[in-house]
Design a protein around this ligand. Structure first.
Ligand code: PFF
Length: 463
């Protein structure tokens, strides 16, 4: 994918440069659409206020999300480096090193637990293939599965092995190509399941809960969760956009591609929400406990919808195959980013860097996969390992990474140089908005959210 991007963009004839823009948008969208959209977004929306969550998410996305994507991409293209190197282009003192590394370390901590969830998806796919659709839909199946440590660890290892195989064999291009076919099928399938889901008796209440904001559902936690999700889903504040930005040429319209990626990513997340939340209402009457189910929501609700459709095996296999693909392509780009940062910064061979990531994955991934079973007596600030790593990366490290980017631009690079970088390819249409958010709103809001989520976990405040 990376080579594909650079060759296309270095080419000078207009046809190649068009395919360069398209290649860039597809590459970023491919990395953006993953478990975050299908698994994480619906459960957070269900838990943190439905329509209110959606509204806050959309506002954050067109303001902060937009500002951060443009910033990271422009800095990547300007410096032609991935995050650690990009920050060090402007200075080598501690704050620069910290800013670069915090952006670079996030994917290294996400990829292990991402692969644990990838393992859950794989397990479901295999069970559907074996004709166990009704078993998967039974009450308590999922909870029993994640508590069965050996099985969860097994599927985590199989999924991770697939990811490593692709990275080592270098068949990325093939995966990218296949995912371009799989993604549209996933969308069509999701539309089909959504139509079925929202037409179940009682589902309309769920549609209302998900789409209509109710101000009673608002809490600071809605904003904290929505911001974490926005970072996660759009692959912001984890180095990836610096890296992708460094591969593109000056002909790529940064603003336009940002908008396209945001629309695509959000459309898929909303579709997943429409598939899952109304179904929760249809099957459990909008029971609060089910809505609060958290990470397990998609794995409990989807099999029930499929079972009630009468063609559970076929739909289950097709859907989880697509789900697996979305997870696999994202996991590959997370691991690829981690490995290439280690290569660049530690000057070690690719295989040594893969080995380092293997160790990180074995430690963090195993802790995450056993956290709901054999190791459920260990909690960190009251959270199981997987939830803890998700919280640490999304609510603490990503806001810090985003703050570092804001400060780098405000204090060192200067707004004018970013504007100049964007204007190489097109007029900077939302220049004023960008300037306003970056200078006045982003640092203050990110800072407040960071502090409040830490205070919440330490029990100082209750959100
Ligand atoms: N944005 C992806 C998702 O929503 O699942 C997660 C992700 C994948 C982040 C790849 C970063 C990345 F490089």
């Amino acid at each position: 994918m990376d080579n594909h991007l650079s060759t296309n963009n270095l080419a000078s004839d207009s046809r190649s440069s068009f395919s360069g823009r398209l290649g860039y948008v597809l590459a970023v969208a491919g990395s953006a659409v993953g478990l975050g959209n299908i698994w994480r977004f619906p459960y957070l929306a269900a838990k943190y206020g439905g329509g209110m969550f959606l509204l806050v998410y959309l506002i954050l996305m067109v303001t902060f999300g937009y500002v951060l994507i443009v910033s990271e991409t422009a800095l990547g293209r300007m410096t032609r480096k991935s995050p650690a190197g990009a920050f060090c282009t402007f200075g080598t003192s501690l704050p620069f090193r910290f800013g670069g590394w915090i952006n670079a370390v996030v994917p290294m901590l996400i990829v292990p637990y991402y692969c644990v969830i990838g393992g859950w998806v794989l397990k479901y796919l295999v069970e559907y293939t074996r004709g166990n659709a009704l078993t998967l839909a039974a009450d308590g199946y999922f909870t029993g599965f994640i508590a069965s440590s050996v099985s969860v660890e097994f599927w985590f290892v199989v999924f991770s092995a697939l990811v490593f195989f692709v990275i080592l064999a270098g068949v990325k291009q093939g995966v990218e190509r296949v995912s371009k076919i799989m993604m549209p099928i996933l969308v069509l399938l999701a539309i089909g399941v959504t139509v079925y889901s929202v037409t179940r008796p009682g589902a309309l209440e769920g549609v209302k809960y998900f789409l209509v904001p109710n101000f009673n559902d608002f809490s600071l936690m809605t904003v904290v969760a929505a911001m974490g999700q926005m970072f996660y889903s759009l692959s912001i504040a984890m180095g990836i956009l610096y890296t992708y930005g460094s591969y593109i040429g000056r002909d790529v319209d940064i603003e336009k591609s940002t908008t396209q990626v945001e629309i695509f990513d959000t459309a898929i997340a909303i579709l997943a929400g429409m598939m899952i939340i109304p179904a929760v209402f249809a099957f459990s009457g909008g029971d609060m406990e089910t809505l609060q189910a958290g990470p397990s929501l998609a794995f409990i609700t989807l099999p029930k919808i499929f079972a009630s459709m009468g063609v559970a095996t076929l739909i289950g296999i097709t859907f989880f195959l697509m789900f697996l693909f979305a997870a696999l392509t994202s996991a590959i780009s997370l691991l690829e980013t981690s490995v290439s940062t280690l290569e660049d910064e530690l000057h070690l061979s690719r295989s040594k860097c893969c080995l380092i990531m293997c160790v990180v994955m074995a430690l963090v991934g195993t802790a995450s996969s056993l956290g709901y079973g054999a190791w459920d007596f260990v909690t960190i600030f009251g959270m199981a390992f997987l939830d803890f790593f998700d919280f640490l990366t999304n609510s603490v490290m990503m806001p810090l990474a985003a703050l570092s980017t804001c400060f780098l631009i405000i204090r060192v690079v200067g707004f004018a140089r970013i504007a100049q970088e964007v204007e190489y390819s097109s007029a900077f249409r939302r220049k004023k908005l960008y300037n306003f958010f970056l200078r006045y709103l982003a640092p203050v809001c990110i800072g407040i959210i960071l502090l409040s989520s830490i205070a919440n976990v330490l029990g100082i405040i209750s959100l």
